[in-house]
Design a protein around this ligand. Structure first.
Ligand SMILES: Nc1ncnc2c1ncn2[C@@H]1O[C@H](COP(=O)(O)OP(=O)(O)OP(=O)(O)O)[C@@H](O)[C@H]1O
Length: 255
């Protein structure tokens, strides 16, 4: 594993980063005391990169993803997505940015049960006030291999098919950044491979950026880089690691 000491802005990227975390800290305060979930994370995610975030339980992975996607606010530090600083935005502007620029693929698929697959996929465009064309919806359904399931409802699909609908729904707005949290956690290995290949294709074909939290070294090996978190800090990274190398790096962190 390589230490990630030199971070932005030490390296001047040729393109502006798709996503920049600058000195992010997050402290949760409650009556029981306070927890420092993130203790100063600085990192830039290059455009078109596929990064997996791994680390022991409680190391801050979900907190990082939530802060990066503007679903939660860091205690200090800034998040800049595609040139826009999230902390400067009100809720309306943030919602608009999320709908236009971000795609979410979480383990709970969050599909609307009463809508057909077609309407679930078309929904994000409708929410942004754009009229989805049939061609667009069918194109993304085709991309995820569900062209013949457009009229079904989520309950009539398997878990893997539902996750593919969730990916189609995330693809349709052509977001610049995908946030994925354990996107394959509940899926069999064949379906997981399809989902991870789709995410990888999004980076390779369309220059989209993927940030994926996972516990699974096989899933993480689809990413170009694995970023390791430990105790709220970036502990290092591994580029193009095999599942075995990634698992070994993880166990050295857990020791
Ligand atoms: N809403 C919250 N209130 C208080 N503490 C929290 C809250 N959310 C997370 N934490 C604490 O912050 C730390 C980081 O949590 P986080 O969920 O980001 O870790 P994680 O690496 O995603 O863990 P896991 O792999 O178990 O999902 C943990 O100690 C957790 O208990």
């Amino acid at each position: 594993m390589t230490s990630t000491a030199p971070t932005y802005p030490t390296v001047v990227p040729t393109q502006p980063p798709a996503l920049l975390l600058d000195g992010i800290t997050k402290t949760y305060r409650s009556k029981a005391g306070s927890v420092d979930a993130l203790r100063g994370v600085t990192y830039h995610f290059a455009q078109g990169s596929f990064t997996a975030v791994m680390g022991p339980s409680g190391s801050g992975k979900s907190t990082l993803l939530q802060c990066a996607a503007g679903l939660d606010q860091p205690t200090t530090g800034t998040v800049v997505l595609g040139g826009t600083t999230l902390s400067g935005l009100n809720e309306v502007a943030l919602t608009k940015l999320r709908r236009n620029e971000m795609g979410f693929v979480f383990q709970a698929y969050n599909l609307l049960p009463s809508l057909t697959v077609y309407d679930n996929v078309a929904l994000p465009l409708r929410l942004t006030g754009r009229r989805p064309s049939r061609g667009d919806v069918h194109r993304v359904l085709d991309q995820v291999g569900l062209q013949d399931k457009a009229k079904r409802r989520p309950a009539e699909l398997s878990g893997g098919q539902q996750q593919r609908v969730a990916i189609a729904r995330a693809l349709i707005t052509r977001p610049s950044v995908f946030f994925a949290d354990e996107p394959t956690g509940a899926l069999d290995s064949g379906t997981s491979r399809q989902i991870l290949s789709l995410l990888r294709e999004a980076t390779e074909r369309a220059g989209q950026t993927v940030v994926m939290v996972t516990h699974d070294p096989v899933a993480a090996a689809y990413a170009e880089r694995v970023l390791f978190l430990s105790d709220g800090l970036i502990a290092g990274h591994l580029d193009r690691g095999t599942p075995a190398q990634i698992a070994a790096a993880m166990s050295s962190l857990e020791r």
